[in-house]
Ligand binder design. Sequence first.
Ligand SMILES: [Fe+2]
Length: 617
Amino acid sequence: MKSPNTPRRRVTAGLAAVVATAALGVGSITIAGAQAPATSSGIVLGVGANPSQRVVSWYTSANTAQSVQVAPTAQLVDGAFPANAPTYPATVAANTVNGGFNGHAIVDGLQENTAYSYRVGADGAWSATYAFKTQKFDGSFDFLFFGDPQIGSSGDTAKDGAGWADTLDVALTANPDTELLVSGGDQVETANTESQWTAFLGSDRLRQYPWAATIGNHDVGGKAYDQHFWTPNTDRSAPFYSGNQASQSGGDYWYVYKDALFIHLNSNAYNNGSDAAHVGYIRDVLAAHGDEAKYKVLVYHHAIYSPASHANDSDNQVRRRDFPTAFSELGIDLVLQGHDHSYSRSYALKNGQKANPDEQPGASQVTQGPGGVIYVTANSASGSKYYDLTTPRAGSDFGPDPLDPTGKRHYANSIEDQEHVRTYVRVEVRKDALLVENIRSGTCAAPNAAVERNNVSWCGPSNGARPAEPVGSRVDKVLIHRAAAPPVDTTVGGSVPATLSLTLGAPATFGVFTPGLGKDYTASTTATVVSTAGDATLSATDPSSTAPGRLVNGAFSLASPLQVGGAALPATVKTYAGPVSNDNVAIDFTQPISASEALRTGTYAKSLTFTLSTTTP
Ligand SMILES: [Fe+2]
C-alpha cells in the first residue's frame, strides 16, 4: 500500500498543546482548541449498485468532514486535480474496532469508457491519488473470483499478504480489463485483527478494481468487515446476522453489473430461519430486478458441494437441504463459494441432483437446462491455507459419483482439484454463455505460505507426484450454455393467405385556387401496399361520368385534367414485380390552372378510385 499523503498541518495560535511524531508525519497528534486534519488508511474501492457507481471505503483518524474527489484522469495536470473536480461527501462514523473512525462515499454518475483518478480526505489532508476505469455499461464482461485469502491463517501474516498481492498482480496483469473482483469470503483469519486487514488491503489493485466483498466465517466475529466494506442495497435484518448485530458483521446485498445480477449472502446465518430468509431475499430481489440482467449469480462463503475438509460439516448438511431446490426454482445460473480452500465445479444440478445424466466429468461444455445450477468452490487465492480433497462417504447425502471409478469425487462435482498452489477463478459473462476458468496464479515456489511453512507436505498436481504447472495455466475451463430444452425434431413452417391490401392516407387537398393566377397546384397523400401476389399494380381511376378525369364544381369543371403521379386518369401509380409488405407509396396530384381560366365560387373535387390488382395472384 502506498503511504497516505503526509497531511499539511496548520499550527495556529489557538492550539494549547501539540504532540506529533514528525518523522513520517503520520503519527499521532493531540490537539486542543482545533481539529487536526484526518489521516486515512485502508482505502478500498468497492462495487456500486450499478456499473456507473463505485463505493470508496476507508479508515480515518478523525471525525472531520471528508469526501472522495474524482476527476477524469485526462483532466489532471501534473497530478493536480482540476479546481472544479467533483467531491462526494463521506459518511464518517466511529470505528468500534480500532478506536478511530471509518468513512465511505458513493461515487455515482460515472461515464462509460473513462479513466478516473480519485483521492479521499479533505483540503490539506488528501490521500495519495488512485485510479480506476469504467467500460461500457451494458453487455458482456468478465470478472474474477477469489477464494479465502484469509490473511494470517498460515501463521505468517506477511507471507499470506505477499501471496495474496501476487495473485492480484498475476490475475490483473493477465486480465487488465476485468471489471469486478468478487470475494469468496474470509478476507482475514481473525475478524478484528487490523494488522491482517492491513496486509489484506496492501495491494493497490484493491484501489483500482472494485472489490465485491463476501463475508466468511473468519470475518463474521467482529465489526471490522462491516467497517472496511460498505456494500450497496444491503439488508441488515436480523435473520442476515448469525449473532449480535452490534458486535458481528453481516447482511445480504445485491447489485446489477451489466448482464449479471449478483446477490451476496451472509451464509454464517443459516439457523433459526435464516436460510429461508436468504431464499426469500433472493426471491424478492429477483422479482424486483430479475429482468434487469441476463444471468443470476449467487455468492456466499460456505460451499455446499465442498470437495474437501468441510464437505460433511453439519451446517453444510443443513444448507444442502435448504438451498438447492430453491436455487433451481429461482433460475440461478451460477453459485460462487469459498470456505473449503479447494477447487470444485459441479455438474449442472437441478434440485441438487444431476440435471443431465449424460454430462461427463470434466466436460468442457455444459448446457444447463431449465433449473440447472453450476456451483463453483474457489481454492485459496493467497496460499495461506489449503485443505486436501476428502473421500465422499457412501450412503451420506454427499456420496461418491458413480462415474468416478476411484470413488474419490463427490456425486455433485464434475471436477475437484487441490495442488497446494494459488489459483483464482475467471468468469466471462457472454451473450449466450458463461465461461468459467480456474487459473493458477502461483507455482509451488514462494510466495506460497502454506508450503513455505510446511503446513502442507507436498505440492503439485496428483498430490505432488508431478511438478507444478506454470502460472497462467488452467485447472479447469468450461463453457456453460444457457438453459435449453432437450432437442426435439420438428418441422417449422407457416402458410401465407393470398393478400392484396391497400390503405390510403388522409384525403389530398389543393387548398385555395386563386382566380387569374396561372399555376400548377399540387397536393399529395399516401398509400400503404401489402401484396403476396407475383405482381401487382396500383392504379387510379375516375369512376364518374361527369367530366371524367377533371375536378368538378356543380355543372362547372376545370379545363385541364387532374394528374396523378404526373399522368392523366386513368393512371398507373406504381407497379410491383413481386410480393411486398407495407410499402409506403407517395401519391402526388397536380392541377394546372391557367391565368385566363374562369373559376366558379365553391369547391372543385372528384372522388377517385385506387385499385391494387394482380395478374398472378
Ligand atoms: Fe476460509
